[in-house]
Design a protein around this ligand. Structure first.
Ligand SMILES: C[S@@+](CC[C@H](N)C(=O)[O-])C[C@H]1O[C@@H](n2cnc3c(N)ncnc32)[C@H](O)[C@@H]1O
Length: 249
């Protein structure tokens, strides 16, 4: 993900719409398993646009994974990825899925809220020779998780801070995890709080209908641990924390 997203725009939640439709829960009720474009919160389409997807793909083709995605892939590889199934929530262009398939994963599923990544992601999967091994669906994972098969490894990279109802999203991800859940989210420091507050103010002023969420890191871990996982990694980076949880025996 490119720098312009990182502080301000990327970790965005569509609060007004979420409140209006779901009393502060998710993004409203779905009536089928695939949310069509009409139902994607419009703020998401603005920030996670096709243009943004093309930019992400260009960077990935040139430079490979960004540092946070690389930390996640390296950690998962160290834990064992051979023949595992992978479910990635909010995976954008799908670069982590491609890298885990290259590392020996059997199959990957991508659940994306916005349809804007699909064309670019399909192109990248084809270039890597993984078209038949990545199942991509456009839906709100917090709503649809119950319809999905669990996976050995579940990834949520820079996603949780885009969603207003953290316990619901984190709990859904934990429930679909057979072995390992790996997430990244912003650190909670005085300067991340100020940066995101400033970012939220700018977004409100420009009527972008987005807000950034800085969910408390301990709350995120607690929300997933309540679903039978235990924390095995909690590593802060300069901006992003990468955390991993294993299903307890
Ligand atoms: C900041 S982007 C991160 C994209 C990618 N993981 C990365 O790090 O480059 C957050 C992504 O999460 C997706 N997302 C947020 N909430 C979601 C949900 N409830 N279900 C599925 N995708 C979701 C958004 O559509 C967006 O593509």
């Amino acid at each position: 993900m490119g720098a312009p997203h990182q502080m301000l725009a990327v970790h965005i939640a569509y609060i007004e719409d979420a409140r209006a439709r779901g009393a502060g829960r998710g993004f409203g009720t779905r009536d089928n398993s695939v949310v069509s474009d009409c139902c994607t919160p419009k703020g998401y389409r603005w920030i996670f646009s096709e243009r943004n997807a093309r930019g992400d793909a260009k960077r990935y083709r040139r430079k490979g994974l960004d540092p946070t995605s690389r930390r996640i892939v390296d950690f998962v590889r160290g834990q064992g990825v051979e023949n595992r199934t992978v479910l990635e929530v909010g995976g954008g262009i799908g670069s982590i899925q491609i890298e885990l398939l290259k590392a020996g994963a059997a199959q990957a599923t991508s659940i994306e809220l916005t349809p804007t990544y699909e064309e670019v992601a399909a192109g990248l999967a084809k270039e890597a020779g993984f078209t038949g091994r990545i199942d991509r669906r456009v839906m709100d994972f917090a709503d649809a998780a119950g319809e999905l098969e669990a996976a050995d490894i579940v990834i949520m990279n820079r996603v949780i801070c885009c969603y207003p109802d953290m316990p619901r999203l984190a709990g859904a991800a934990a429930d679909r995890t057979r072995e390992l859940l790996v997430m990244s989210y912003p650190r909670e420091t005085w300067w991340t709080r100020i940066a995101l507050k400033l970012g939220n103010s700018a977004l409100r002023l420009t009527r972008r209908e987005f807000q950034v969420f800085l969910h408390p890191p301990n709350g995120i871990l607690a929300a997933t641990e309540r679903h039978g996982l235990r924390t095995v990694l909690n590593e802060t980076g300069s901006f992003w924390t990468v955390a991993a949880l294993r299903r307890s025996a």
